[in-house]
Ligand binder design. Structure first.
Ligand code: SF4
Length: 261
């Protein structure tokens, strides 16, 4: 990639990052220059142009984002990221949690599943996807010819939202940095976002799930597939076929032969 292309990509990622911050309610940002001068730069979020809405253009590069915003996160291991989270109180979700649900699985997984956030069972056990929806995810993984220990499973937010509500933008905005770092540490070939909250948070888009699923999106060096959350299948079995279609695309990419339908 030429320097000019790379610079354009970085500027585009910056624009999307600030747009994301704006959507979370941020009105301005003070950047402190690391120079001997005392000046500060105020960046007006209002000047950022409207984002494009085309799904294929709403992808984001985890590598570029992390390189820009936290160069220290380069090369962190999953253990170091968990250590960084600590006994986190960075957002209000800490108030009702029993356990932080960091994620589990193969740290060198070729395939990572990303959900929305822990539910009651996950909160109690400190493990992702162990309730009814989690058991269904285990069956999906099994039908793909894989074991749970082959893949890595985590969520956008690490603490259970009260009454199983969806995580709010400020909570996602605070916690998603750790997901980005996990994805950076694992560097999987494929990321599967389960449900619209995971897809929208990771891709930083407002595009509907139906328009995102069924095809790969670029995400750094990984490919990203969006599909339905297993909990949605429990409510609506009609989602089973499209989800399985999505998983077959993933299996083909990974070179796994089909073992179930
Ligand atoms: S959800 Fe994330 S940011 Fe919020 S308290 Fe839990 S670990 Fe911290």
């Amino acid at each position: 990639m030429s320097i000019e292309t790379e610079l354009k990509q970085i500027l585009e990622e910056l624009r999307r990052y600030f747009e994301f911050q704006k959507s979370l309610g941020l009105e301005g940002m003070i950047l402190e220059k690391n120079l001997e001068r005392e000046d500060h730069v105020k960046i007006s979020i209002q000047e950022i142009p409207e984002p494009k809405t085309q799904a294929s253009e709403d992808t984001i590069s985890a590598n570029v984002q992390l390189n820009i915003f936290d160069s220290r996160s380069k090369g962190l291991t999953l253990e170091e990221i968990r250590e960084e989270i600590g006994d986190c109180t960075r957002c209000k979700l800490h108030e009702g949690r029993t356990n932080i649900v960091f994620g589990e699985g193969n740290p060198k997984a070729r395939l990572v599943f990303v959900g929305e956030g822990p539910g009651r069972d996950e909160d109690l056990q400190g493990k992702p996807f162990v309730g009814r929806a989690g058991q269904l995810l285990s069956r999906i993984i099994d039908a793909m010819g894989l074991k749970r220990s082959d893949v890595y499973i985590c969520n956008v937010v690490k603490c259970r939202p009260p009454s199983n509500r969806s995580p709010e933008p400020d909570e996602i905005g605070t916690c998603v940095q750790f997901l980005f770092k996990q994805l950076m540490a694992i560097n999987p070939e494929i990321i599967v976002c389960l449900g619209s909250i995971a897809a929208r948070s990771v891709l930083n888009t407002k595009v509907k799930l139906g328009d995102l699923r069924g095809k790969f999106h670029n995400y750094g060096t990984s490919k990203l597939m969006v599909t339905y959350h297993p909990a949605a299948l429990l409510r609506n079995p009609g989602f089973k076929k499209p989800l399985w279609d999505d998983m077959q695309v993933v299996m083909n990419e990974l070179g796994i032969s089909r073992s179930g339908d």
